[in-house]
Design a protein around this ligand. Structure first.
Ligand code: FES
Ligand code: FES
Length: 223
């Protein structure tokens, strides 16, 4: 008889958590779970609605750096989740995960976008996604990358992938930006190390190369 089972909401949740977490914990402690499979199990377990109905996984194709990746996603997965955890492109960082720092910036169809708050499903319609891994041309660094090195425009570098992608988006639409336009184009990207002045110099020189006014970034002679 169902009425004999003294199951209220609190005991139900305790039982559910124990059922879902204990086997996963045992598997991890036993060294049996791969990172991918344990994450998938936990995601699947936590995808149940309060009514017990499972949210259906789906499959999408993302075009990243010119290559198609067909990947499983849940409706709540962000583009950052999929790039980093599913595809393995960890150059895109996730410093704040709340749309405040720009460290997760990627370029979608020429626009800089915070990947931490952009749902992966929205990027599965054939859009061209570019991450920092796609910036270089083979083994030849992009002029922005060369200029960032030349002007020492980085310290810890945590923010730099996102900075580069915003700078790339800026130069894609305007390759002769003024200083004010550079400030505006880079305004959503925070650098906790305060490398802004050097980044300004780097973007100005890279812009000359991208616009054709200068053949390449002039690197200082090696001492
Ligand atoms: S991680 Fe996306 S804005 Fe900070
Ligand atoms: S170089 Fe450290 S946060 Fe920008």
């Amino acid at each position: 008889m169902i009425s004999d089972v003294r199951m209220n909401r609190r005991t139900f949740i305790k039982a559910s958590v124990a059922t879902a977490v204990v086997p996963a914990t045992v598997a991890v402690l036993a060294g049996r779970s791969s990172p991918g499979s344990s994450r998938q199990q936990l995601l699947t377990a936590s995808a149940a609605t309060p009514q017990g109905k499972m949210v259906t996984n789906t499959s999408i194709t993302l075009n990243v750096n010119g290559k198609n990746y067909t990947v499983p996603v849940q409706p709540r997965d962000t583009l950052n989740d999929v790039l980093r955890n599913t595809i393995g492109l960890t150059g895109t960082k996730r410093p704040c995960n709340r749309c405040e720092c720009g460290g997760c910036t990627v370029v979608i169809d020429g626009r800089n976008v915070y990947s931490c708050t952009f749902l992966a499903l929205r990027a599965g319609g054939g859009q061209k996604i570019m991450t920092v891994e796609g910036l270089a041309n083979g083994t030849t660094p992009h002029p922005l990358q060369m200029a960032y090195v030349k002007y020492d425009a980085m310290q810890c570098s945590y923010c730099i992938p996102g900075q580069l992608m915003s700078a790339y988006a800026l130069l894609t639409t305007n390759n002769t930006p003024t200083r004010d336009q550079i400030r505006q184009g880079m305004s959503g990207n925070i650098c906790r190390c305060g490398t802004y002045a050097h980044q300004m110099q780097a973007i100005e020189e890279a812009a000359k190369v991208v616009s054709g006014a200068q053949p390449s970034v002039v690197m200082p002679p090696v001492a």
